[in-house]
Design a protein around this ligand. Sequence first.
Ligand SMILES: [Zn+2]
Length: 465
Amino acid sequence: MKLYLDPGHGGTDTGASGNGLKEKDLTVDIALKINSLLNQRYENIEVKMSRTGDTTKSLSQRTNEANAWGADYYMAIHINAGGGTGYEDYIYSGLSDSSATATYRAIIHAEVIKSNQLLDRGMKKANFHVLRESAMPAFLSENGFIDRAEDAALMKQASWRQRVAEGHVNGLAKAFGLKTKEAAPAPGILYKVYAGSFQSRQNADDCVAQLKAKGIDSFVVSTSISGVTWYRVQVGAFAKRENAEQRLTELKNAGFPDAFIVAENSSEITPANSGESVSSPGGKDNAPPVTSSTGISILGPTFLSPEQMRRFVKKVNPNAVDVANYYLTFGEYYGIRGDVAFAQAIHETDYFRFTGIVKPEQNNFAGVGATGPGNSGASFKTPEEGVLAHLQHLYAYAAVDPLPTKYPLVDPRFQLVTRGSAPTWTALNGKWAVPGNNYGQLILDLYGRMIDTAVQNLQDIRKSI
Ligand SMILES: [Zn+2]
């Protein structure tokens, strides 16, 4: 899809002005933001801009250029003036409401109005040059009134111009079915989305409640910055930046303008990293930090209860075999984080649906010995024995001590592991799974979602008390 993107005016043509602002500066800024968002996020779009700097260009130069290039869509960005307030957009007056141009416009209009905080003045038609002389469907938006103090106050904020750009981009993506770029996630990095950051725990809790009222799940994490404790309201954690940005846009659109993204090492996803702790799902608010800064350890306490693990799985697979108790019991015996091991089992078995090469009757919840088609790995007599083998295999990687002797060794591959070679979940990358570049991160991401769900369930109960 080829988009001709036309920031109005420029050079000697200032456009409208008011409140210390010039239309030509605002339109090019918004258009550049649209262009970079499109390039960052979508792959099947090519953008040509009428101008990227403060240059003079006539209206017919613009439409001639778009026509010669063979653009699929013409988008012009303007700022209004004349004493009104709000947002409106235009298509050519000669077009019917059932035209493709009108359909595209309706989609884009709906998206822009979601994010621009302006009064909706409606979808309009006009006999403007760029709408009439362009050979392809064309759209022109008027983003607020420069001579209106309230509108101008918004225009002065880069974050508002970004939101306006987001709205146009979301509209284009919807109208033209733009395909999201599958960017390779940076290894070990998670993009966490926060709705806000507060010095008062009460304010953070209020924010969680406001999010909940809008159907958005969140939880509070505390972090210490220069000795001051901040309560951040976390809404998600993503391996892909685009997904985090998408979530950020949704949050801002939902009325949380202070939302922000922090790129953090994935070792920081869990409650136990130094300095940041999740408001505990299990009433264990005072749980000490138990990991090193190099990543969350495999050895450590189990925070989630079997019921919390079970509930998380049953939302996806109500018929899942019930092995949560075994993960707690054996986890505690070997000193392994049983709840994270449970997350690993969810990842390996696809929520115990066994959609891969391992069959359910194998009771092999972690793909022990499974290398690919033709070799589906080890089998265990009972689900209990399968979980025991899983935790013994983790023990082989995480610890150097001999296996404690209460239970028999049932992991057939225990002796093949270089003892202590993977003390953390992310250190399993390339070992438990090959190539497995992101293996540990995926497990921790699942574990993070288990925590989110548990916290949400507890908050729901708390509210009903
Ligand atoms: Zn204009």
